[in-house]
Design a binder for this molecule. Structure first.
Ligand SMILES: Cc1ncc(COP(=O)(O)O)c(C=O)c1O
Length: 416
């Protein structure tokens, strides 16, 4: 038995790349003396990612690049799978995946039996929205600013199963946390069974007071599903402390894991009663891995998750967030003073992290984003929503103050 355990440990260490990570990254990005406002403290990190060439990348909201140390593990694992696919994917991958699951569970603060590895937030949340047991006439509460695919998912369930969907219109910019909690508690009705909300609203970057909302709704028996696409790896909350029933994220966003990775955390007592999108054996009804019944998938992206978590931990979650907020303010403060601009993101207190959006009433923001890219070599995201439009700017740790100053200067020229 002991021999087996040792062999298994050796196998896991080799297969998730911890050995080579030690030589590549461990200790190299330690954050002891990094100050958010001192660019020179961050210059070593700039080289931790591949260069984006001439374009200044200020669109790190949709999807992010992985640090090189993560790419390294990804490429090695990809190659290893190519040499003996049946052995690597068929025999070794399930155990390696369980090791990744345990690592994520430790970060979340839950058991490994409450974490499913999924390819992205879309897959995880659709499992929940389509699989949650709801009777005709039951209602789901969300907001008009939740992710559009999940509006589609709820609309499909409404047509198919006769559920009702209510959507709160969040103020822009957002109000104080206590007012936001009240919006949710007042919108819950007698048939509301589930609330779906974002940890961070992708359109404006606003952080929602998820823990307070979950605490207010729990006594009323309403389940809380959190779309954490922009939460995990960006903010510093421990997921278990949020008190939600389910939390889903994409690890190719703020953790910088390979593209096509995410997790679905579902509280143990909820697992049995949620149908998976892809059927699994009846004996797996209470097993979180029923959400992973996809058939053959690539192993390399998932094996790139541990080095991405290591990288994040080495930089330090709160040091990272402080730097991202400083970079945000570097552009948002001057840009908010430009004539004809209006800031859509409330930044006081814990209002926002890296993402922020600014509107230019009367202007076509899609054209503005095109111009920024083609004339100024700056990549940002136009946001077009039924209630507002704007440019969303999302810096990352590889950006410098000069990148943000270049954006404000370009905006000044466009508006001047
Ligand atoms: C709030 C929010 N939820 C979900 C998603 C979907 O993420 P993914 O494409 O990784 O599934 C996004 C994508 O940007 C998002 O912003």
């Amino acid at each position: 038995m002991a021999g087996f355990v040792c062999a298994r440990r050796r196998f896991l260490a080799a297969s998730v790349g911890w050995g080579s990570l030690a030589s590549l990254a461990r200790g190299s990005f330690r954050a002891t003396a990094r100050r958010p406002d001192r660019d020179e403290d961050w210059s070593d990190l700039r080289a931790a990612w591949l260069d984006s060439g001439a374009v200044v990348n200020l669109e790190n909201g949709g999807v992010q690049a992985s640090p090189r140390v993560v790419d390294e593990v990804f490429h090695r694992e990809w190659e290893s799978a190519q040499r003996l696919p049946a052995l690597r994917l068929g025999r070794d991958f399930p155990a390696a995946l369980d090791a990744v699951r345990s690592r994520l569970a430790a970060e979340v603060g839950c058991g490994p039996d409450e974490i499913a590895l999924v390819r992205n937030t879309t897959e995880g949340v659709h499992n929940l929205l389509q699989g949650w047991r709801l009777d005709r006439g039951d209602r789901v509460l969300t907001t008009t600013q939740d992710y559009w695919r999940f509006h589609d998912g709820l609309a499909q369930r409404a047509v198919r199963d006769g559920i009702g969907v209510d959507a709160i219109r969040l103020p822009v910019p957002l109000e104080r946390p206590a007012d936001v909690v009240r919006l949710f508690t007042e919108a819950v009705g007698p048939r509301t069974r589930v609330v779906l909300l974002c940890h961070v609203v992708n359109l404006t970057g606003q952080i929602l007071p998820v823990a307070a909302i979950a605490a207010a709704l729990r006594p009323r028996g309403v389940a809380v599903i959190v779309d954490g696409a922009h939460g995990f790896g960006h903010l510093t909350d421990r997921v278990a402390d949020l008190g939600c029933d389910a939390y889903v994220t994409s690890l190719h966003k703020w953790i910088g894991a390979p593209h096509g990775t995410g997790f679905l955390h579902l509280r143990r007592e909820r697992i049995e009663r949620v149908w998976p999108l892809f059927p699994s054996p009846a004996s797996h009804r209470g097993d979180i891995r029923k959400f992973e019944s996809l058939g053959t998938v690539a192993s390399a992206p998932f094996l790139g998750i541990p080095p991405a978590l290591d990288f994040w931990r080495e930089v330090g979650p709160s040091v990272k967030l402080a730097r991202l907020r400083w970079l945000r303010d570097r552009w948002l403060r001057p840009a908010g003073q430009l004539p004809g601009s209006a800031v859509l993101t409330r930044t006081e207190g814990e209002g926002a992290g890296a993402l922020a959006t600014i509107s230019f009433p009367g202007r076509d923001v899609r054209r503005m984003a095109d111009e920024l890219l083609h004339r100024e070599d700056i990549l940002v995201r136009p946001i077009i929503h039924a209630e507002f439009s704007g440019l969303r700017v999302t810096p990352n740790l590889f950006n410098s103050a000069a990148d943000l100053d270049r954006l404000t200067a370009a905006l000044g020229r466009m508006l001047g």
